[in-house]
Design a protein around this ligand. Structure first.
Ligand SMILES: C[S@@+](CC[C@H](N)C(=O)[O-])C[C@H]1O[C@@H](n2cnc3c(N)ncnc32)[C@H](O)[C@@H]1O
Ligand code: SF4
Length: 307
């Protein structure tokens, strides 16, 4: 009897929106961290899969999709934590069996990048690991501590520099509304320190890099959900969220006028879809935000928002 070939997944899996058409390959399961807002490691025990088992999945994918695969995303929450030799072997193997493969990508906690040497990162990049998605969440250290991110703005500056030096594209996400309602000072500092962080990591050339803002969701099972249930945390409303984002955009000021920072705030969690290039499109983005702030009826309703 012929049994259907299947690629293994430890569900549920999460991937960046921009990897929507990529082949997803499970390299790790869960995450080595436990941030207060995240569901990535809930119900999963962290492990790095055996290289041979991952290679079997790559072989299966090759039989299913042939040579059509252009992008691979290595799951799970922080697959960059995988020991370099293993990640290198899997990246090289992927490039070997898929002749049209343009790149492999991973989620990375900043500390996973800092633990790798410049030489190791360069080896990974040369092999085909060309993009890393880091969750910055904020540039404000106190907020990072409050959400148990286990990373600081200084870690983000160092990790971004290391990635750029190795020619691995940086894609970083921030979260609007992290400080909660009734905290205008925290919201303001979150916006200002996040803008300052982005200003500091801006490269002095015209390479492409990505900054995205998601809006806080509070899924059940997370620490933030528990704090909300106890009345210790309240979500910001849509207009407060847009004001916070406006404060961020206003304060992005790059010295390098040919910077190519692709900005997106068009995730399913966001109230208003926004796209542009920073800091070139600042004024246009602020106009769109002002429109959203004064016309809250056009914003995405909460029941349509998701992760
Ligand atoms: C699956 S995580 C991987 C990032 C990577 N592990 C890190 O921490 O640097 C992807 C990103 O989705 C966003 N995210 C996760 N849970 C969220 C939530 N409840 N609300 C808004 N954004 C969330 C965060 O920006 C997070 O860094
Ligand atoms: S945000 Fe990233 S590091 Fe934090 S728990 Fe989720 S996947 Fe892990």
């Amino acid at each position: 009897m012929h049994t259907k070939e299947e690629i293994y997944y430890c569900k549920p899996v999460f991937r960046p929106p921009s990897e929507g058409y990529s082949l997803l390959i499970q390299v790790t399961e869960g995450c080595t961290y436990k941030c207060d807002f995240c569901v990535s490691n809930i119900g999963k025990k962290f492990l790095v899969r055996e290289v041979d088992n991952v290679k079997k999945d790559l072989d299966t994918a090759k039989r299913i999709y042939g040579s059509n695969v252009k992008r691979i995303f290595f799951l799970d929450g922080n697959a960059m934590v995988t020991p370099t030799e293993k990640l290198l072997e899997l990246t090289k193997y992927s490039m070997k069996i898929f002749p049209n493969l343009e790149r492999c990508g991973v989620y990375a906690h900043a500390k996973d990048i800092l633990k790798k040497s410049d030489i190791q990162l360069k080896e990974l990049s040369n092999a085909g690991l060309k993009i890393a998605y880091i969750g910055f969440e904020s540039g404000y250290d106190k907020l990072l501590e409050d959400i148990h991110k286990h990373a600081t703005r200084d870690d983000y500056i160092k990790a971004s520099n290391k990635l750029m030096k190795a020619n691995i594209t940086l894609s970083a996400t921030f979260i609007n509304g992290l400080g909660g309602a009734n905290n205008p000072e925290i919201s303001k500092t979150h916006a200002l320190e996040s803008a300052d962080l982005v200003n500091k990591i801006c490269p002095d050339d015209d390479r492409i890099w990505y900054i995205a803002f998601l809006t806080l969701m509070t899924p059940s099972g997370t620490e933030i959900f528990k704090r909300m249930a106890k009345g210790e945390f309240q979500e910001m409303n849509s207009v407060e969220i847009l004001r916070e984002l406006k404060e961020f955009i206003k304060n992005v000021k790059f010295q390098n006028k040919s910077a190519n920072c692709i900005f997106r705030s068009n995730h399913a969690s966001n109230y208003l879809p926004i796209k542009g290039v920073l800091d070139r499109d600042k004024e246009k983005i602020i106009e769109v935000l002002n429109y959203g702030i004064t016309h809250s009826d056009i914003l995405r309703p909460d029941f349509y928002r998701g992760l």
